[in-house]
Design a binder for this molecule. Structure first.
Ligand code: GRF
Length: 203
């Protein structure tokens, strides 16, 4: 008899409005991301508006503020929270902190990020502004694994959007964001399907 499908426990890390977080939460309801539940949403900012949205969905929320501590100490606290809750996959969704090596090693291959450009073009801050400054004709978004490089880990999925001549940072960002909300759940489903297949092969 084959082993029952595992339910993967997701953590989402945010710093702000959390629209990608909301897309992941919606998709983890039976449907677009099978066999997954969002177990916790963590923010480094108590003012992050996404926190309320997660609470409204009945999901545990935690604020782990940096409070002037070194990055390693802050990350250690988050890693402890993730381990206590037996988290399988971490989704960074507008989380505005660079992770320490220790954090990445604790969950290597199990941390995803979404970035509003077609990586490896325009890593770092203000990707949409960088794209407009270069007059690119195609922009987009990327979901990738997080490693020690800035927005440089292996790419899981990408989606293109056209750039219009009259685009502003706001109009381009909105067009990209719409695609982010579809791409992130799809990429998470892909990663979990691979993990599910690996597990089935072992059992
Ligand atoms: C998104 O554009 C994401 O690609 C980037 O930060 C933004 C977060 O938006 N990493 P939201 O908080 O998910 O609405």
């Amino acid at each position: 008899m084959s082993a029952p499908a595992k339910t993967f426990r997701l953590a989402i890390l945010i710093s702000g409005r959390g629209s990608n977080m909301a897309a992941l939460i919606d998709a983890a309801q039976p449907g677009k991301i099978p066999d997954a539940e969002v177990a916790v949403v963590i923010s480094d900012q108590s003012s992050a508006s996404g926190l309320q949205r997660a609470k409204d969905c009945g999901i545990e929320t935690l604020v782990v503020e940096r409070r002037g501590r070194p990055r390693e100490e802050h990350d250690r606290e988050i890693v402890a929270v993730l381990r206590e809750r037996q988290i399988d996959l971490i989704c960074l969704a507008g989380y505005m902190r660079i992770l320490s090596r220790e954090f990445i090693e604790a969950f290597r291959g199990r941390i995803l990020n979404i970035h509003p450009s077609l990586l490896p073009s325009f890593p770092g801050l203000e990707a949409q502004k960088q794209a407009l400054a270069q007059h690119v004709k195609v922009a987009g978004c990327t979901v990738h694994f997080v490693d020690e490089t800035l927005d440089g880990g292996p790419i899981i999925a990408q989606r293109e959007v056209p750039v219009r001549d009259d685009d502003t940072v706001e109009t381009l960002s909105a067009r990209i964001l719409e695609q982010e909300h579809e791409l992130y759940p799809e990429a998470v489903a892909t990663v979990l399907a691979r993990a599910q297949a690996t597990q089935a092969a072992k059992s």
